[in-house]
Design a protein around this ligand. Sequence first.
Ligand SMILES: [Fe+2]
Ligand SMILES: [Fe+2]
Length: 268
Amino acid sequence: MESYLNTPIKEIISKFPKVGEILGEYDIGCVPCTVGSCLLKDIIEVHNLTEEGEKEVMVRITKVIYPERVIPIPKVQRTTKTRSKEIKYSPPMKKLVDEHVLIKRWIALIPKLLERLDVDSPEVREILFNGVDFIRSYADKFHHAKEEDILFKYFDENSDILKTMLEDHMKARGHVKAIVEAFEKKDKKKIIEHLNAYGELLTEHIKKEDEILYTWMDRSLSVTQVGEIYSKFSEVDEISGNGVTERCRTLVVELEEKFEKSKKEVRT
Ligand SMILES: [Fe+2]
Ligand SMILES: [Fe+2]
């Protein structure tokens, strides 16, 4: 069984699909993950299962792989400390989690925008134009750049977990490009397709970062590194953030109010 700890998870799941189902029960989404070359031991560590959780998962997986035999349950040698399930972020991670909140507020407006998607209406075109501006300026240039240019540099960018995150960023950029092209061609079907895909992708991506990536990073970084990252983030906030943050926050608030107001008007 020890050898399975060092086997890529996709290999294990393709041989024993039940293992994917078991991991799914513990909110470990290896089945839909497109990379899947993480080793079983890394998955257990990155997802920060409790000691009991790890034992439970390993017992169940071992039973699937060796149904006829009694095998000693291997213990994952962790390079990071096990912490409680309650999430406590370091100050720089907290900054990123807070930025996600505004991005999620914008994503929540996508269905309302699609309800009134008239590509010939100057008002709707302005909302879409502002939406693309929000994604590019805030979600991408401001937030993703902090991750890519600062935070991720403290880790191995060829590791599977970071490759997955960077792949998500690239896919998100692809959707935004497609939205802009469809917007110029007034192609309503493509705008709907890519806006929805962007919303779904980013929702999942943010969940992975909030619940898995940042907590794992926090467990791996030294206090000095955390301080360094915080001061680098603060520099970005000062240089490029303030104008962008304020403009994008106003944009989201105004759009929320606009949609709320038109909902009330429909009711009365
Ligand atoms: Fe990200
Ligand atoms: Fe993020």
